[in-house]
Design a protein around this ligand. Structure first.
Ligand code: PGA
Length: 251
């Protein structure tokens, strides 16, 4: 049985004081009745504070991005060693905002996933088609390319901690969610692809999250699909109340 994983991608929101309030509120609602694995991904500047706040908590945390080199002349970038030094267990890689606004290619994302794995940081690897691609009927093709290229050169054992987040770009921050059937069909496609590329065992154990306008109102329906193992939440994770309702929907 795969455990549901609910992750909050804070994006470029929350300074230190907002981080303290939000995490303090989330902590109040997560306890030993909570079945899902809960992850928060604040901005880099809040990671150290997050580490302190989540010491002895079951809530896990990660970063939203990472560079693929360990150190050197890469102004403005953050290395896996830096993430390790603030105790990050996870890192979101290949988010569509990184792909579109910051021009990250499948090959850059592949290097980042390799680096994360090497440093024992669990990747939350995002894929998903744009509206144009969906309308052209090439959703599966696009997702297949992203999975193949993103995971190229990695072995089954290196991917045992991988999470894939299927996030249709047209559903991110738009309020337009994929229907549970639309999401389920792509999730199943991804799982079968991973079985073909690696093994059935890896595919059976792989957590595939859905992301794109997940909110308390649609979480239960999405999370009840057989191949939807969690959610990567943007907007609705910025308020403890709505994030906790989504976590509750996974129970
Ligand atoms: P959203 O963002 O929930 O605001 O659509 C999801 C994401 O970008 O991970």
């Amino acid at each position: 049985m795969r455990r549901k994983v609910i992750a909050g991608n804070w994006k470029m929101n929350n300074d230190i004081s907002a981080t303290i309030s939000l995490i303090t509120e989330i902590k109040k609602g997560v306890n030993d009745q909570t079945k899902a694995v809960v992850i928060v991904c604040p901005p880099f500047t809040s990671l150290e504070t997050t580490q302190t706040l989540l010491k002895d908590s079951q809530i896990k945390y990660g970063a939203q991005n990472m560079y693929f080199e360990e150190s050197g002349a890469f102004t403005g970038e953050i290395s896996p060693l830096m993430l390790k030094s603030v105790g990050c267990e996870y890192v979101i890689l290949g988010h569509s905002e990184r792909r579109t606004i910051f021009h990250e290619t499948d090959s850059i994302i592949n290097k980042k996933i390799k680096t994360a794995v090497k440093h024992n940081i669990k990747p939350i690897f995002c894929i998903g088609e744009t509206l144009e691609e969906r309308e052209k009927g090439i959703t599966f093709e696009v997702c297949e390319r992203q999975v193949r290229q993103g995971l190229e050169g990695l072995s089954e054992s290196e991917l045992s901690n991988l999470i894939i987040a299927y996030e249709p770009v047209w559903a991110i921050g738009t309020g337009k969610t994929a229907t549970s059937q639309q999401a389920e069909e792509v999730h199943l496609f991804i799982r079968n692809l991973v079985a073909k590329l690696f093994s059935k065992n890896l595919a059976d154990n792989l957590v595939i999250q859905y992301g794109g306008s997940v909110k308390p109102e649609n979480a239960k329906e999405l999370l009840s699909q057989p191949d939807i193992d969690g959610a990567l939440v943007g907007g609705a994770c910025l308020k403890a109340d709505s994030f906790l309702k989504i976590i509750e929907a996974a129970n």
